[in-house]
Structure formats: structure tokens, C-alpha cells
Write a protein that binds this ligand. Structure first.
Ligand code: ATP
Ligand code: MG
Length: 238
């Protein structure tokens, strides 16, 4: 059973500060995710959604609890090993997108592929394919200052997908996009999931976006309050 799990969080706590200033950003979280699942995480502001994503993305270490990725105990890995895990298995679509300025969209998308050790030709081909995929084929040579907020976000999505990760972690991926673009991005993720058995974990504040997922985790005060199928899944099943 446990071997089928891609992501397994057991009693994960992430506590900031101490004494009166203590914040329990995560307060005993259990989450299991199998390969190919599309999970939405929702909940009020400050409920711990981004903290959970940072832990799952090996960007932050929990204060206590156990995190296994592909059966590997992440807590036992060195920083370098965690960086390798991120590079080879995870794609990030996070708020703030962190695009490098004065670098073209193509170069931004290509960058993580350099760390993966792919040859130049292959990198360029993949970067351009990923930009086409998000509808930015014609903007590959533009740098971030020459792109709108929504376009920058799509570059970040292309960058996350170009590495062909096993898991995409998306924290409000469509937060700056209009309804039509948001729907396109979600269709794209759904297609990739079907074609490549991509696993998707997505934080969103919007019911419309969560409806693309098949499972919804509802967080409150650093805890999982509800974890079950989305309405769409329930409707599909009837
Ligand atoms: N570096 C930090 N130091 C102290 N407290 C923090 C830190 N980062 C987050 N927190 C606190 O942890 C709690 C959870 O934050 P988190 O960013 O995970 O919330 P969220 O659910 O993503 O909220 P939002 O929907 O607003 O993005 C909040 O109370 C926040 O203030
Ligand atoms: Mg957040």
C-alpha cells in the first residue's frame, strides 16, 4: 500500500516563533497522494496552504513529522539531495514566479534544463515547445519587463512544465489570469495529467479552479479539516 504513495505526510508540523509569538502554520497534517492524482488545496488565508506546498516541494523543513516522497524519507536527505529531488521530480508554479530579469522567456524556461544536464539543442526545443503550449510561442525572445503579469505567469508555467516533472506544485497558478486564460491553463494541466500521468497539487481560492481537480483538501488553522472528492468527481460518478 505505502509503495503506491507518491507523497505521504504524517503528522507534519511547522511551527514559527515560540511562546506568545508561536504560529502553528501546520499543526499535525496527514496527506497521502498517489501518482496521477489532481489535488486542490483550499482554505482561508493563513490556514497553512503555502506552508504545506513548501514542505511538499522540499523548500522548507517541517518542525516535526514524517514526509516521504516516492518512499524516500525526505527528512533524512541533505540539502543537495533535496535540491536534486526538486530538480528531477518537481515543477513549481508559485506566486511571485521568480523569473530572472534581463533574460528572455526562452532563457528563463531553459534554465532549469541546464541543471538537468540536457544538451543545448534539446533545451531550446523543449523551452520553445513549452512556451507554445502556454500560448507564448511568439514572445520567446521577450524578457519579463516586456511581458504582462499574466504572460509572466505563463512563462513560469512553461518553465515548470519544460522539465517534464512527475509532480507539479502550483500555488494559485491562475491568480493573475483572466477567466479565459485560467480555464486554458487548467485544461492544459488536465491534458498533461492524462498524457503523462502528471501528479498535480494546486492551491486555489477559486471553486471554478478547484473543480478541475478530483480531490479537495480543505485546510483550517494548519489542519486538514476535510479531504475528499470534488463536486465534479461526485457528479461524474453519478
Ligand atoms: N516565515 C514565517 N514566519 C512566521 N510566520 C509565518 C511565516 N510564514 C508563514 N507564517 C504564518 O503561517 C501561517 C500560514 O501561512 P501560509 O502562507 O501557509 O498561509 P496560506 O494558507 O498560504 O494563506 P494565503 O491564502 O493568504 O496565501 C500564517 O499565519 C502566516 O502568518
Ligand atoms: Mg499562500
Amino acid at each position: 500500500m505505502a509503495e503506491d504513495l507518491l507523497i505521504s505526510l504524517r503528522q507534519i508540523k511547522r511551527i514559527y516563533g515560540s511562546g506568545a509569538a508561536e504560529v502553528r502554520a501546520l499543526d499535525g497534517v496527514d496527506i497521502d497522494i498517489t501518482p496521477g492524482e489532481f489535488v486542490a488545496i483550499m482554505g482561508p488565508s493563513g490556514s497553512g496552504k503555502s506552508t504545506a506546498m513548501n514542505v511538499i516541494g522540499c523548500l522548507d523543513r517541517p518542525t516535526s513529522g514524517q514526509y516521504r516522497f516516492n518512499g524516500v524519507e525526505v527528512g533524512g536527505l541533505s540539502n543537495d539531495q533535496r535540491a536534486l529531488l526538486r530538480r528531477h521530480y518537481l515543477g513549481f508554479i508559485f506566486q511571485g514566479y521568480n523569473l530572472l530579469p534581463r533574460m528572455s522567456a526562452r532563457d528563463n524556461v531553459e534554465l532549469p534544463l541546464i541543471y538537468k544536464g540536457l544538451p543545448k539543442q534539446e533545451r531550446i526545443a523543449r523551452a520553445e515547445r513549452a512556451l507554445d503550449l502556454v500560448g507564448l510561442g511568439g514572445r520567446a525572445g521577450h524578457d519579463p519587463s516586456q511581458l504582462s503579469g499574466g504572460q509572466q505567469q505563463r512563462v513560469a508555467i512553461a518553465r515548470a512544465l519544460a522539465g517534464e516533472p512527475q509532480v507539479v506544485l502550483a500555488d494559485e497558478p491562475t491568480g493573475n489570469l483572466d477567466t479565459k486564460r485560467s480555464a486554458e491553463i487548467m485544461e492544459l494541466l488536465v491534458d498533461l495529467r492524462r498524457e503523462r500521468n502528471l501528479t498535480i497539487v494546486m492551491v486555489t481560492h477559486e471553486d471554478d479552479m478547484a473543480a478541475y481537480a478530483d480531490r479537495l483538501i480543505w485546510m483550517v488553522d494548519g489542519k486538514v479539516q476535510r479531504d475528499g472528492p470534488t463536486r465534479r468527481e461526485v457528479q461524474d460518478a453519478v
